[in-house]
Write a protein that binds this ligand. Structure first.
Ligand code: PHE
Length: 354
């Protein structure tokens, strides 16, 4: 006959062991020892058959209670330990980006920046958008018609000499060239407006242009212009002058103003050159402005009726003005850059200043 099992002591001992178990593995070991096949509890269960019915029932109930109690405690303990173990695993796998930062800051790779010509173009676009213009682009490879013909410059016309053009050896019978100004985009825009049933146009057209110019302090063979075109009912030369002045003060600042001087362009009539206060001497006269206090920025004028005819706009109903000037020239004047070639030499010591 085995010694009677002290069920209370067994439960107390096993629950203490479960409470101090530090891992789910330990919980499993304690549970097996207290409730498994070779545990005293199972042994006691087996010996129930030798007891009389009352004792058997009483002890049987106590053994079942003990098992349920210990199973519940073991379950709780296992769940708590599982949560803690998961948290520890996640913590160990976590990438601490904050700790990585000092290393990255020491990296030899530094951030790039937009080129001065790009930021100048962006700022010009912003200024014109603020004045109610939309921004439109056109192709850099053009036909003779868009670069010249539609702009009232027929083949062999002496005015072609104003634009030393790069011609491409493709495109027979049509002559194909690299656009020498952004004015062909005007033509495309007016054609599109006519095709869509004609509505007013208020647009600026920035982009790259090409001329067979020898690079010098004020010229590059690849340069940038921004074209402006307004076509509406009742547009006058006063609107043109007001737009140029509004743009000049908005972009260059309140002390810089504009003035128009008579000029000639085949696609505008009347035509003007527009000048702004010299940004170096602020109008008092210096070497850059040859003592005049003014610097030429671009050309402008009222759209010539011949251009309206070429694109099929009724010049009796619609009038308009156009202007065009150099973006690189703008950057040069706003930042007092002595030699425009600096813009394309890619010396980062120069470029980093802007
Ligand atoms: N396209 C002209 C040029 O490149 C500038 C201009 C544009 C003049 C629009 C008048 C109107 O010289």
């Amino acid at each position: 006959m085995t010694a009677p099992l002290d069920v209370d002591a067994l439960v107390a001992e096993a629950s203490a062991a479960l409470a101090s178990a530090g891992t789910t593995d330990e919980v499993r070991q304690v549970t097996t020892a207290a409730l498994g096949k070779r545990s005293p509890l199972v042994a006691a269960h087996r010996s129930l058959g030798g007891l009389d019915p009352d004792e058997r029932r009483a002890l049987g109930r106590r053994l079942d209670d003990a098992r349920r109690t210990l199973e519940a405690i073991a379950d709780d303990r296992r769940r708590a330990l599982e949560a803690a173990e998961l948290e520890a695993a996640l913590l160990a796998e976590r990438l601490d980006l904050g700790e990585e930062l000092p290393d990255r800051a020491r990296s030899p790779l530094s951030r790039g920046a937009l080129h001065l010509v790009t930021t100048t173009r962006d700022a010009l676009e912003d200024t014109f958008v603020g004045m109610g213009f939309e921004v439109v682009e056109g192709p850099e490879v053009e036909t003779d018609w868009y670069n010249f013909g539609a702009l009232n410059i027929p083949p062999a016309h002496p005015a072609r000499g104003m634009w030393d053009t790069f011609y491409l050896a493709v495109g027979e019978p049509e002559t194909v060239l690299l656009r020498a100004h952004t004015s062909p985009v005007q033509v495309r825009l007016m054609e599109a407006a006519v095709a869509a049933g004609m509505s007013p146009i208020h647009a600026v057209m920035p982009g790259r242009c090409y001329r067979r110019d020898t690079p010098d302090a004020r010229h590059l063979p690849v340069f940038h212009q921004v074209e402006g075109l307004v076509v509406d009912e009742g547009i006058t030369f006063a609107d043109l002058a007001g737009t140029i002045e509004t743009f000049t003060t908005a972009y260059f600042g309140p002390e810089i103003h504009s003035r128009l001087r008579p000029a000639f362009f085949p696609f505008t009539e009347p035509s003007a050159e527009f000048e702004i206060t010299c940004t170096l001497c602020r109008g008092t006269g210096c070497r850059t402005c040859s003592g005049t206090g003014w610097i030429e920025l671009g050309g402008c004028g009222m759209v010539d009726p011949a251009v309206f005819d070429a694109v099929g706009i009724d010049g009796e109903r619609w009038t308009g003005f156009a202007f065009g000037f150099g973006i690189d020239r703008c950057a040069q004047m706003r930042h007092q850059i002595a030699d425009m070639r600096s813009l394309v030499e890619n010396d980062v010591r120069f470029l980093r200043q802007f």
